[in-house]
Design a protein. Structure first.
Length: 422
């Protein structure tokens, strides 16, 4: 028997033993009162204006051809929605692969890719020499848009654009310029002077975080970036950057409400998907239970002003850590609950597993999640996929195997309750 919840799956192994896999972001969506597994596959939408899309946790629909000034895509969640058009783009057709659509040369010497990840519409623009200096998008229709905050009610928001270094080392945060023309909102981003060939611009749409989603961020210890928040960054940094004096630590919290309090844990495995290696040293990374009620925040590698969440210096919008970096005795336990030895040259694009030692649910978490840090923090940085990564399969996960009690007798109504998470 398999039980599906919004953020978890439970598999009955027999003999009173179960396997509970917890995810930071939803793996299921509710439709007609039933939980269904998110597939992240684009298909026919039945909408003449936007014939390709998916309707799961969010609605995403698009035209696979950029045609002049016509709207290209629709994104909706809850009571909010938006249709977007590309300004100054070329009339080209897109190529659909799984949950992505790529438009080669959408602008001269710039490709455009849309990837639907259910809580997030990842929009990436890939530059070649001769690319435009500025890019603009027009909001043709909307419900709930606030041009000051770029939020659509409590449902979703447009993130500030970021230029991503192809080596993953020196991202450049940018800002939208919001104007109006013909009664419609225009969002324009202007690139810094220079040739950004090989770099990627990320102007993404993302759902607002809510109480049922897990939260994660990383703390940036670089001297001029200690007020940066990374709550919606697609990566989680741990260790010290080989190219700079930049210690980095990750905070992460799983929603363990679906794990029974009487669970006797025989194994617990925490997994992070490695994407970037900036290390020259072997090192042990350790998982510690956090004591502070830290806040994820809503920034991505940019100064947190006004404050939205955790930084190297503070754990929420106003309160400082006892010790900058969140590892003071009053901030975090000093004895780890699990670790993993990393070589200087780990294989990338695979999960790295941390075996955790607690044998009870209470032992896993004090209620504030974990801090993960390297022992020495010297030239030993690795970057891992966060819960905001566009590829759902790469996001952090926790697998717990153990014995716990299932209410009995389990009749048809109880079976439905367990399966659909009502």
């Amino acid at each position: 028997m398999a039980q599906l919840g919004r953020n978890y799956e439970i598999e009955d192994l027999g003999g009173g033993r179960f396997k509970h896999t917890q995810h930071l972001k939803p793996i299921a969506y509710e439709k007609n009162g039933v939980l269904k597994r998110i597939t992240n596959v684009l298909g026919a939408s039945g909408d003449a204006a936007f014939p390709t899309g998916m309707d799961e946790l969010c609605q995403f629909r698009l035209d696979t051809a950029i045609a002049g000034k016509s709207p290209l895509m629709y994104f909706g969640k809850g009571q909010s929605r938006v249709t977007l058009a590309l300004i100054g783009a070329n009339n080209v057709s897109g190529v659909v692969t799984g949950n992505s659509v790529k438009f080669p040369n959408a602008w001269d010497n710039a490709d455009y890719r849309l990837t639907m990840a259910n809580h997030r519409l990842q929009k990436d623009i890939f530059f070649r020499t001769g690319h435009p200096r500025s890019l603009a998008f027009r909001i043709d229709e909307h419900v709930g848009f606030d041009p000051k905050t770029l939020e659509f009610g409590n449902d979703f928001r447009i993130l500030q654009p970021v230029l991503h270094d192809p080596k993953g080392l020196a991202d450049v945060p940018l800002k939208w310029v919001v104007t109006q023309s013909g009664g419609k909102w225009i969002l324009t981003v202007v690139l810094p002077a220079g040739d950004w060939a090989g770099w990627m611009l990320d102007p993404t749409l993302t759902l607002q975080p809510d109480a049922t989603d897990g939260i994660d961020t990383w703390l940036d210890g670089y001297s001029t970036e200690q007020n940066y928040n990374n709550g919606v960054n697609t990566g989680l940094w741990i260790g010290d950057n080989l190219s700079y004096v930049q210690p980095a630590r990750t905070l992460i919290k799983f929603n363990l409400s679906a794990l029974p309090s009487d669970a006797i844990i025989s194994s617990a495995t925490f997994s992070l998907y490695a994407t970037v290696d900036v290390s020259a040293n072997a090192r042990t990374f350790r998982v510690f239970r956090q004591k502070r009620a830290w806040v994820e925040g809503t920034r991505t590698s940019v100064e947190d002003n006004p404050a939205t969440g955790a930084t190297w210096g503070r754990y929420d919008t106003t309160n400082n850590w006892q010790t900058a970096g969140g590892f003071g005795a009053n901030d975090c336990e000093q004895t780890d609950i699990g670790s993993r030895n990393f070589t200087a040259t780990e294989t990338l694009d695979e999960f790295k597993n941390f075996a955790l030692t607690p044998t009870t649910k209470a032992g896993l978490d004090l209620g504030n999640g974990w801090l993960i840090k390297a022992d020495t923090e010297l030239d030993d940085l690795y970057v891992f996929a966060s819960s905001d990564h566009a590829t759902a399969a790469y996001r952090p996960k926790l697998v717990v195997v153990g014995t716990w009690t299932v209410p009995a007798p389990v009749g048809p109504r109880m079976m439905q309750k367990l399966r659909f998470g009502f």
